[in-house]
Ligand binder design. Structure first.
Ligand code: PNS
Length: 196
């Protein structure tokens, strides 16, 4: 029987709960899934590629068919090198679609045998992005319900160091949130009565 190996390329700077949700979904449909961290020299990353890899490895160790790797250069060439026939990408909202479609079609042009498979993370992660997590962390907001606990810890460490260098008073303690506090907020509005 044909086995399907897929790569899930991305920046993962940092890994979010949305990425993890997608990795779990991908692990269920592919025989092998390689989470591939791009070492992008153009961007100014918050975490080094090595740190991102370590965090991903720690947070995906429960999935037998998931491995983590790093790559540079073209995604299609990396896929070819590791013998993958599919690229997994997440689509959270329509706004992602245009960019993802363009990338998928360009990858198909470069490597016609490589299929891009889009999956949707759980709706509760539809507004979540690494960029927003970085911004919230940098401005002292709580990121505990947005990223795995290990990543939240690493972000706090990084921000504390950054604030010390910037000589900013960090008296306001950012205590880690309890996981049970990460429930979706309840709706305050009462359901409207239907007209009979
Ligand atoms: O998590 P991101 O930053 O949205 O991931 C984007 C990524 C890494 C998938 C994309 O930038 C990429 O594939 N980069 C590698 C270079 C490449 O292949 N560029 C051509 C894309 S059509």
């Amino acid at each position: 029987m044909k086995r399907v190996k897929a790569i899930y390329p991305g920046s993962f700077d940092p890994l979010t709960n949305g990425h993890l949700d997608l990795i779990e979904r991908g692990s269920k449909i592919f025989d092998e899934l390689v989470v591939a961290v791009l070492g992008n020299p153009e961007k100014d990353p918050l975490f080094s590629v090595a740190d991102r890899r370590k965090m991903l490895e720690a947070m995906t160790e429960q999935f037998d068919n998931v491995t983590v790797d790093t790559f540079a250069g073209l995604t299609v060439e990396y896929a070819l090198r590791v013998g993958a026939s599919a690229v997994l990408r997440g689509i959270r909202a329509i706004s992602d679609y245009e960019y993802e479609l363009q990338m998928a079609l360009m990858n198909r042009k470069l490597q016609p045998g490589l299929e891009t498979v889009f999956m949707m993370p759980a709706e509760k992660y539809s507004y979540l992005s690494s960029r927003l997590v970085r911004e919230i962390a940098q401005l002292g907001g709580s990121i505990d319900c947005l990223v795995p606990p290990l990543v939240a810890q690493k972000l706090r460490e990084k921000m504390d160091v950054a604030h010390k260098f910037a000589d900013i008073d960090l008296d306001r303690e950012r205590a880690p949130q309890d996981a049970s506090e990460c429930k979706e907020p309840e709706r305050k509005t009462k359901p409207r009565k239907r007209k009979s």
